[in-house]
Design a protein around this ligand. Structure first.
Ligand code: CMC
Length: 431
């Protein structure tokens, strides 16, 4: 069978190269450019990787125009409705929905790893009292590699699996501790009689002097947020995890790099930034002023929680979570109601504004998840930490896949050098 190709001609000299077209199971075909430099002496230029596939992956599929998101082929809508976070994590990691036995084995395995080494706890005292929990996450998750040497051989499949289980299981414990340290609260041990989300809520909010009561509405909303954020193919933080891992670095260090990348307001930091923006706007009457700022070319201001690199019609995660958000706000008697009213008005005004319509800027998942987390009285600086916990399933699945990929190479982009040509060193006395 002949391969499908495209021919690239260098119009400066007429040199040509045939490049193979690689077809995915669904989605856009891709030109394999690996021979381009050998044959024509040319590289490709694509800042922000807007048109570049960096790997082959079986895990997550997105169609940004149609608003489709599939984990291992399963529509996000079905998983959000019927699955739970650990089952979704199993699906992402192992490629299939677990059987009854596989599911309970997996849940049991994750529960075995929820505690952290007692030595890890000392780190929390070393951080400044008002450290952002994301700063603590970056440090402590990276530091796990100093504790779990017994499973750090990245060429051993069983070691990789144990490290992946450890990361998934310990993230809620580390996340809750990063919050409790700042508030002078004791660090509780995880409770394995509770499910994954309940246990996180327990570690966040329990106090030794009172019985902890699980709030089912909060657990349901968190479960949804966790499933919707579990993976999103080659986004900035996942690509960071893959790039860091491509050098053979250990998974704890690589996930820590992913957390650092997620922290930025253009990515996972957006859910926190949404609430800061709403608090700044304060009054719905002020919204037009902020909309004008977002539209002003000479102002860097952007509406947080609006826009997406891939979704240009709607974000399917936002569609699901918007309903949950409205349901929650309708039943809630919260002191934050004025803030939620500002959010509703902002959503309405932006969705009717020509600037936002022309650029396909719709509220994204973080707009609504930020509001839900605020409605649940989650501390603001924990919003992005929650995203990081949820995305851990995706990061470790992408890492496990990459480690088995025979085409995997150290990540090493090229550049267009625009600096000085060769010049001679000038002695300090003559400058
Ligand atoms: N407010 C105002 N204008 C915007 C916004 C916004 N939030 N987002 C994009 N634009 C404008 C931008 O100025 C540009 O206008 P023009 O064509 O006139 O120059 C146009 O829309 C295209 O923007 P872009 O920066 O080229 O788009 P991108 O694909 O590089 O960026 C984005 C995507 C998500 C980084 C961006 O929309 C943004 O900064 N949004 C706010 C932050 C946010 O909510 N991030 C969470 C993303 S969803 C969760 C996740 O994946 O982590």
């Amino acid at each position: 069978m002949t391969k499908n190709t495209v021919t690239i001609t260098d119009n400066r000299n007429g040199n040509k190269v045939d490049l193979e077209i690689l077809d995915p199971t669904i989605g856009s075909s891709t030109i394999d450019i690996r021979q381009l430099h050998n044959k024509l002496g040319l590289f490709t230029y694509d800042p922000g990787f807007q048109a570049t596939a960096s790997c082959k992956s079986d895990i997550t599929y997105i169609d940004g125009d149609k608003g489709i998101l599939l984990y291992r082929g399963y529509p996000i809508e079905q998983l959000a409705e019927q699955s739970n976070y650990l089952e979704t994590s199993y699906l992402l990691m192992y490629g299939h929905l677990p059987s009854h036995v596989e599911y309970y084995d997996f849940v049991g395995m994750i529960k075995q790893h929820t505690m952290v080494h007692e030595g890890v706890k000392h780190f929390f005292n070393g951080f400044h009292h008002d450290a952002h929990p994301m700063a603590i996450m970056v440090g402590v998750v990276g530091a796990l590699s100093a504790f779990y040497h017994d499973s750090l051989d990245i060429n051993n499949a069983r070691h990789r699996e144990i490290s992946a289980h450890r990361l998934l299981a310990k993230m809620p414990t580390i996340a809750a501790y990063s919050h409790r340290r700042a508030h002078g609260l004791p660090l509780p041990y995880p409770r394995n009689d509770l499910d994954f989300i309940e246990n996180f809520m327990y570690m966040m909010f329990s106090v030794p002097s009172e019985e902890f009561k699980v709030d089912p509405a909060a657990v349901r909303a968190m479960r949804l947020i966790f499933i919707l954020h579990a993976d999103h193919e080659q986004n900035a933080s996942t690509s960071t995890v893959r790039l860091a891992s491509s050098s053979g670095a250990n998974p704890f260090a690589c996930i820590s790099a992913g957390i650092a990348s997620l922290w930025g307001p253009a990515h996972g930091g957006a859910n926190e930034a949404v609430i800061r923006m709403l608090e700044e706007i304060k009054n719905p009457d002020e919204i037009p002023k902020y909309i004008e700022r977002a539209k002003d070319k000479n102002d860097d201001y952007r509406l947080m929680g609006f826009g997406h690199r891939i979704y240009k019609n709607y974000d399917p995660r936002a569609k699901i979570i918007r309903e949950a958000c409205n349901d929650l706000l309708n039943v809630l008697d919260s002191s934050n109601q004025p803030l939620f009213e500002t959010a509703r008005q902002l959503e309405k005004i932006a969705l009717e504004d020509e600037y936002f319509l022309e650029r396909n800027l719709y509220p994204n998942v973080d707009f609504y998840s930020g509001i839900i987390l605020k409605a649940l009285d989650m501390p603001l600086n924990m919003f992005t930490v929650i995203f990081a916990m949820a995305r851990t399933a995706g990061w470790i699945s992408q890492w496990l896949e990459m480690m088995e990929d025979k085409e995997q190479r150290i990540g090493r982009p090229r550049q267009i050098y625009t600096g000085a040509k060769v010049r001679d060193y000038v002695d300090l006395s003559k400058r």
